[in-house]
Design a protein around this ligand. Structure first.
Ligand code: SAM
Ligand code: SF4
Length: 326
């Protein structure tokens, strides 16, 4: 079992399977994109499967695939079923921008994936285009509705609200959580990679207040065993949920149960620090499983008690979110 220095049990691995993306969200990627990893820098599927198998021996039982955009990676349609078939994983999910969701839903369902997160920062086509720099709102929305009709649950919609950009849509998202079974999760904009992210920051407390003023009280939802850092609520009579992930204004580190694996084979003990542990190097040198176990143990040992982003002397996070996976 992986337990860190602060007695947190680590059972969750988030895997970024590619650094590439078909969108350029303004808070995540520059318009020209990032330098792309070379093919040989990226962990191959068989390497990922080996890492996960070893992780399972250590108590990892929850996996999320992310990116870049996971659904743009070649042959992901073969990889996901292989991953999902591994014994010992009891929760596997995906974070996607949704552009290719519709065409992958049958595959995801057949692989036994029930939960998906779709990042959607606007319910308006033009604003979606402003934020993502691409005109794919209709494709994403179609994917979300088809997923709902096919019985995927929960469908979480990750929303980053930014001052002056989409803060006029908070109530529209609130209404959506009343009328539809979607779980809207407001994620505070993190100052990772872009100066402008700090200017765009709105604390979730402001969003919560606007929602309560308009729609009435938010009723807390009892947290589930596999819940992440979101605090969850419902409106009376609402079909969906509202969740807040307040990484900046209300650190959630005390319950952190995760490690992150980047596409180029680094394990990150914490989203908001620059510490990385190389797992690709020993893997490619043909090491025994024990050496990979050592890497897991080292990464867990390096987990900080709490992220330091709010401290004055914090140097910032060097990686951009598109290479961490969120
Ligand atoms: N491309 C996929 C997607 O967009 O869902 C997966 C990768 S993306 C990096 C994962 C999540 O990180 C998305 O929900 C995105 O909104 C979030 N994200 C990216 N940059 C962020 C930032 N600076 N602050 C907060 N969330 C961010
Ligand atoms: Fe791509 Fe996701 Fe980053 Fe948007 S948030 S640019 S979809 S990786």
């Amino acid at each position: 079992m992986l337990v860190d220095r602060f007695d947190r049990r680590i059972n969750y691995l988030r895997i970024s399977i590619t650094d590439r993306c078909n969108l350029r969200c303004i808070y995540c990627m520059p318009p020209e994109g990032e330098r792309k990893l070379r093919h040989k820098e990226i962990l191959r599927y068989e390497e990922l499967l080996r890492i996960v198998r070893i992780g399972i021996r250590l108590g990892i039982n929850k996996i999320r695939l992310t990116g870049g955009e996971p659904l743009v990676r070649k042959d992901v349609q073969e990889f996901i079923p292989m991953l999902a078939a591994l014994k010992g994983i009891n929760d596997i999910s995906l974070t996607t921008n949704g552009v290719y969701l519709r065409d992958n839903l049958e595959m995801l369902k057949a692989a036994g994936i029930k939960r998906i997160n779709v990042s959607l920062d606007s319910l308006k086509r033009l604003n979606f285009k402003l934020i993502t720099r691409f005109d794919y709102f209709n494709e994403v929305w179609e994917g979300i509705e088809k997923a709902r009709d096919m019985g995927f649950y929960p469908i979480k919609l990750n929303v980053v609200i930014m001052k002056g950009i989409n803060d006029n849509e908070v109530l529209d998202f609130g209404r959506l959580a009343i009328e539809q079974p979607y779980h809207i999760r407001f994620i505070e904009c993190m100052p990772i990679g872009f100066e402008s992210n700090s200017m765009a920051f709105i604390p979730n407390s402001e969003i919560e207040k606007a929602l309560i003023d308009k729609f009435g009280p938010l009723i807390p939802v009892v947290p589930g065993q596999n819940d992440g850092p979101a605090t969850r609520f419902r409106f009376y009579g609402g079909k969906g949920e509202i969740g807040f992930i307040s990484a900046i204004s209300d650190s959630f580190c005390q319950d952190c149960n995760r490690l992150r694996l980047t596409a180029n084979g680094m394990i990150l003990p914490c989203l908001l620090s620059n510490t990385e542990v190389d797992i690709k190097d020993p893997l490619r040198k043909g090491c025994l499983d024990e050496a990979i176990i050592e890497v897991f143990l080292k990464a867990v040992d390096l987990k900080p008690k709490c992220h330091a982003l709010n401290l004055d002397n914090h140097q910032g996070v060097y990686r951009k979110m598109c290479s961490i996976g969120g």
